[in-house]
Design a protein around this ligand. Structure first.
Ligand SMILES: [Zn+2]
Length: 144
């Protein structure tokens, strides 16, 4: 009897500790918070919202807030957070594709110039540098 009581007590204690740990680390443990971002003002807003969520959870747990207040404020903060995260994603996606697009376009333009300069007149294979013989068909390449 004393053995099973002890086990139950230990299991309960473990559950409480795990729960407390999960509740404590979850808000600041979300991946977006760890990523460095060039959008400082959005990061600041995001950090402020995380902090508000932490404070809110703390105040709720110590009994300063009613369930309704807690839920309403939490929902509100989560909406703000979602909006900020969406904005960050949108800006990142926009900037990312812009940068990649520019780089890809530049690379494509560069290789297009080179490729058109060294094209095999026999098989049409394109090369980035001048060759005496075509690497594809092996025939002598004449450069125009
Ligand atoms: Zn060829």
């Amino acid at each position: 009897m004393s053995d099973s009581t002890l086990i139950i007590a230990l299991t309960s204690l473990l559950a409480v500790v795990v729960l407390a740990f999960v509740l404590r680390v979850r808000p600041q443990d979300l991946p977006p918070a760890e990523k460095p971002s060039p959008f400082a003002h959005l990061d600041e807003r995001k950090a402020a919202i995380y902090e508000n969520l932490r404070d809110l959870q703390f105040e709720y747990r110590v009994g300063k807030l009613s369930d309704t207040d807690y839920q309403n404020t939490k929902t509100d903060l989560q909406k703000q957070l979602a909006a900020v995260l969406a904005e960050v994603d949108r800006l990142k996606a926009g900037t990312g594709s812009e940068v990649n697009g520019t780089a890809a376009a530049a690379a494509a333009a560069k290789s297009a110039v080179k490729a058109s300069a060294f094209k095999c007149s026999h098989c049409g294979a394109k090369f980035e540098r001048e060759l005496r013989f075509c690497g594809e068909c092996g025939k002598a390449m004449s450069h125009v």
